[in-house]
Design a protein around this ligand. Structure first.
Ligand SMILES: Cc1cc2nc3c(=O)[nH]c(=O)nc-3n(C[C@H](O)[C@H](O)[C@H](O)COP(=O)(O)OP(=O)(O)OC[C@H]3O[C@@H](n4cnc5c(N)ncnc54)[C@H](O)[C@@H]3O)c2cc1C
Ligand SMILES: *[C@@H]1O[C@H](CO)[C@@H](O)[C@H](O)[C@H]1NC(C)=O
Ligand SMILES: *[C@@H]1O[C@H](CO)[C@@H](O)[C@H](O)[C@H]1NC(C)=O
Ligand SMILES: *[C@@H]1O[C@H](CO)[C@@H](O)[C@H](O)[C@H]1NC(C)=O
Ligand SMILES: *[C@@H]1O[C@H](CO)[C@@H](O)[C@H](O)[C@H]1NC(C)=O
Length: 548
C-alpha cells in the first residue's frame, strides 16, 4: 500500500514538477490564486512568507469572483444595521485550529464567544419529543449526572477519548515529516486516519464500543448541526470533528477578517469582482505557463478578457465543480472529481416572539430550550438531504442573541435555522403559533393591523460542504504542471482551518519545488533540508537532483 502511494507521488513529481528545468532565478515567479476563501487567502499569505524566507521573488495575483474576501466565511447585518454583524457561514473555531488562532493573535483581532441564546438550555428534539437537554445554568456536574443517568458513564467517556486521540493524529499533519504533503490520501493512511474516513460515523462509534443510544441522540445531533448529515451518511473523521467544538470562539466583527488580513499581508494584487473563466496551459520551451481569461461582474458581464500576465503557477482554491472554469485537457492532468455537496438553507431572522411550545409537543413555554438540535425519531433511517432531516424537518434552530430592533427599539431575538429545504411561511406559523404572512415580512394589503411576527428575514442557500460519505482516497493538491488545488481537503474535513492548512501546504510545496529547480543554486544545507523534505514523499528526488 505504502509503495503504491510512493509510486503515485513519484509520478506526480516527475511529470508535473520536475519537468521544468530551465527556470532561472532572475525571473519573477508569477502566481495566480483563484478564489479568496480560507484556502486561497492562506495560500497567498504563506506563499509570501515562505518565498521571503527563501529569498524568492514571487508576484501573487488573487482573483475573486465576488466583491469580498472570505468565501464561505461571511457576515450579514441584521436589520441592515451596519453596527450589527452575524456569521452567515463558518461561525466558530477552536484553539487547536493553530493557523486561525495564531492569525487572530498576530493580526490583533479580538476573539469573542460564539453566539449563544439567553435561555442557555440546549435541547435535542427527534421530531416527536425532546430526547435530552443540557442546562448551562445548572452545574457541570448536574449535566454530567443527567448524561450518565440516561446513557451510562462509558459512552460519553469513550467518545471524548476517541475524539481526542483522532484529533491528535490529525494535528501531526502540521509538522514534519507529515507536512508538507503531496498526497492527502497517503497521509490519511500514514496517520491511520483512513480508518476513520473509511467508515460511517455509526460504524466508527460501534467499532469503539460506543453505545447506540448515545450515538443516535448526542453524536448525531452534532453531525446534523455541523454537517447536515446523519451518522450513517458521514464518515468517522467528520463525526469526531463535530464533537470537538468545546471552547469554541469567533472573531469580533466577523471571521472573514482573518482571511482579509492574510490577503493584505501577502502583498498580492487583488482582483475582486473578477471570475476566472478559463485556464489555458502551454509550454514555453520547458516552462509551464498559464493564460487566464477573466470576466468582471457588472456591466460587461458577458465579456471575457485575456489577463495580461502569463502565470508560472496557478492555485485553484474553490471547489472545482462550482468554479465555472474551462480548462484545456492538458492543464489538469489529474482529473478533479465532481463530488456531491450538501445544499444547505441557512435562514436568519428577527422576531420579538418565542417558539410555540405546542410545536414541540410541550405545554409550557418555560420548558423550551433556546437552542434546538435534532436527531432522527426512533426507526427513521439515515438518508441524506430532505429525507435525512427526518420527522423534525430541520437540522437545528437556535436563538443567536437578544437584540434591539433599531426601528421599533423593542427587544427581539435573532434566530438561525439550518434546513435541507427552504423555510416556508407555514412552517414559521407553526413554529411560532402565529400567522406568518405569505410574504413573511409583509402582511396582506387588507390586513394592516396584523403585523408579521417576523421583522427582518434573510434566507440563503449554500453549497455548504461535501456529503462526507466514507472514502479513503482524496483529491491530491498537485493536479497539473505547477498547478495546485486546495479543495480536496473539503472531503477530508471541511472547516476554515483545514482548508487554510491545505493552502499553507500548497504554498510550501510550491516554494520547495521552485527551490529544488537546478538553477536555483541554494546554499548546501538549506537545499539538503528541502530535498530531505521532498524525499519523504519521493525517494528518488535527491538522486534525480544529483543527476541534473
Ligand atoms: C453554513 C456553514 C457553516 C459552516 N460552519 C463552519 C464553522 O463553524 N467552522 C468552520 O471552521 N467551518 C465551517 N464551515 C465550513 C467552512 O466555511 C469552509 O470549509 C471554508 O470556509 C471553505 O473555504 P475555501 O476557501 O476552501 O472555499 P470557499 O470559502 O468556498 O472559497 C472559494 C472562493 O472562490 C471564489 N471563486 C469561485 N470560483 C471562482 C472563479 N472562477 N474565479 C474567481 N473566484 C472564484 C468564490 O467566490 C469564493 O470566495 C461552514 C460552512 C457553511 C456553508
Ligand atoms: C504582478 O502582478 C500584477 C497583477 O497581476 C501585475 O499587474 C504586475 O505587472 C506584476 N508585476 C510584475 C513585476 O510582474
Ligand atoms: C464589485 O461589484 C459590486 C456590484 O456590481 C460593486 O458595488 C462594487 O463596488 C464592486 N467592487 C469592486 C472592488 O470592484
Ligand atoms: C499588532 O500589534 C502589534 C503591537 O501593537 C504590532 O507590532 C503589529 O504590527 C500589529 N500587527 C498587525 C498585523 O497589525
Ligand atoms: C449575456 O448573455 C446572455 C445569454 O447569452 C444574454 O441573455 C444577456 O443579455 C447578456 N448580457 C449582457 C450584459 O450582454
Amino acid at each position: 500500500m505504502k509503495l503504491a502511494f510512493g509510486a503515485i507521488a513519484l509520478l506526480l513529481g516527475t511529470d508535473f514538477i520536475w519537468a521544468t528545468k530551465t527556470q532561472t532565478k532572475q525571473n519573477i515567479w508569477q502566481v495566480a490564486v483563484i478564489g479568496a476563501g480560507a484556502g486561497g487567502s492562506s495560500t497567498a499569505y504563506h506563499l509570501q512568507q515562505y518565498a521571503q524566507q527563501a529569498g524568492l521573488n514571487v508576484n501573487i495575483t488573487v482573483f475573486e469572483k465576488s466583491d469580498r474576501i472570505g468565501g464561505r466565511t461571511l457576515t450579514i447585518n441584521p436589520y441592515d444595521d451596519l453596527s450589527q454583524r452575524i456569521e452567515l457561514g463558518a461561525s466558530i473555531f477552536i484553539e487547536k485550529n493553530y493557523i486561525l488562532y495564531n492569525a487572530l493573535k498576530e493580526f490583533n483581532l479580538s476573539k469573542r464567544a460564539p453566539d449563544e441564546d439567553s435561555s442557555s438550555v440546549l435541547g435535542i428534539w427527534d421530531g416527536e419529543q425532546f430526547v435530552f437537554s443540557f442546562n448551562e445554568d445548572s452545574s457541570y456536574w448536574w449535566n454530567a449526572l443527567k448524561v450518565i443517568w440516561k446513557y451510562g458513564i462509558m459512552a460519553p467517556r469513550r467518545t471524548e477519548n476517541l475524539m481526542i486521540s483522532t484529533i491528535d493524529k490529525f494535528l501531526r499533519l502540521y509538522q514534519e515529516p507529515y507536512f508538507p504533503f503531496r498526497s492527502l490520501t497517503q497521509r490519511a493512511y500514514e496517520l491511520d486516519l483512513h480508518k476513520a474516513t473509511g467508515v460511517t460515523g455509526e460504524q466508527w462509534l460501534k467499532n469503539h464500543n460506543i453505545d447506540d443510544l448515545y450515538a443516535h441522540d448526542i453524536v448525531q445531533a452534532a453531525t446534523r448541526v455541523n454537517y447536515a448529515s446523519n451518522l450513517g451518511r458521514i464518515h468517522g473523521l467528520d463525526t469526531m470533528v463535530s464533537m470537538a467544538p468545546a471552547g469554541a470562539m469567533a472573531v469580533e466583527g466577523g471571521n472573514w477578517q482573518i482571511f482579509d488580513k492574510m490577503v493584505q499581508l501577502s502583498g498580492a494584487a487583488v482582483a475582486l469582482n473578477t471570475s476566472v473563466t478559463s485556464l489555458k496551459y502551454w509550454r514555453d520551451e520547458a516552462l509551464a505557463k498559464y493564460d487566464l481569461k477573466t470576466r468582471s461582474a457588472g456591466k460587461n458581464s458577458n465579456k471575457t478578457e485575456l489577463y495580461p500576465v502569463k502565470f508560472d503557477s496557478v492555485i485553484i482554491a474553490s471547489p472545482w465543480q462550482f468554479a465555472g472554469i474551462s480548462a484545456d485537457n492538458d492543464a489538469i492532468q489529474t482529473p478533479i472529481d465532481t463530488i456531491p455537496y450538501v445544499q444547505l438553507h441557512v435562514t436568519i431572522f428577527a422576531s420579538p416572539f418565542s417558539y410555540s411550545p405546542a410545536f414541540f409537543g410541550l405545554k409550557d413555554a418555560k420548558d423550551l430550550p433556546g437552542t434546538i438540535l435534532t436527531t432522527l425519531a426512533k426507526g427513521e433511517d439515515h438518508n441524506s438531504g430532505s429525507d435525512g432531516a427526518g420527522k423534525a424537518g430541520f437540522f437545528s434552530i437556535s436563538i443567536l442573541r437578544k437584540t434591539v430592533n433599531p426601528k421599533t427599539l423593542q427587544p427581539e431575538y435573532i434566530y438561525k435555522i439550518f434546513s435541507p429545504e427552504k423555510v416556508t411561511p407555514e412552517f414559521l406559523s407553526r413554529l411560532f403559533g402565529l400567522k406568518v404572512p405569505d410574504g413573511i415580512i409583509d402582511a396582506p394589503e387588507d390586513d394592516k393591523e396584523n403585523v408579521s411576527p417576523i421583522s427582518w428575514y434573510y434566507p440563503h442557500v449554500f453549497n455548504s460542504y461535501p456529503k462526507a460519505l466514507p472514502r479513503v482516497t482524496f483529491q491530491d493538491p498537485i493536479v497539473g504542471p505547477w498547478l495546485f488545488y486546495t479543495s480536496g481537503m473539503d472531503s477530508f474535513i471541511s472547516t476554515m482551518e483545514t482548508n487554510a492548512l491545505m493552502g499553507k501546504n500548497v504554498a510550501r510545496l510550491l516554494v520547495d519545488s521552485i527551490l529544488a529547480l537546478p538553477n536555483y543554486a541554494l546554499a548546501g544545507e538549506e537545499k539538503q533540508k528541502i530535498l530531505g523534505r521532498l524525499d519523504h514523499d519521493k525517494e528518488d528526488v535527491s538522486k534525480e537532483m544529483e543527476d541534473l
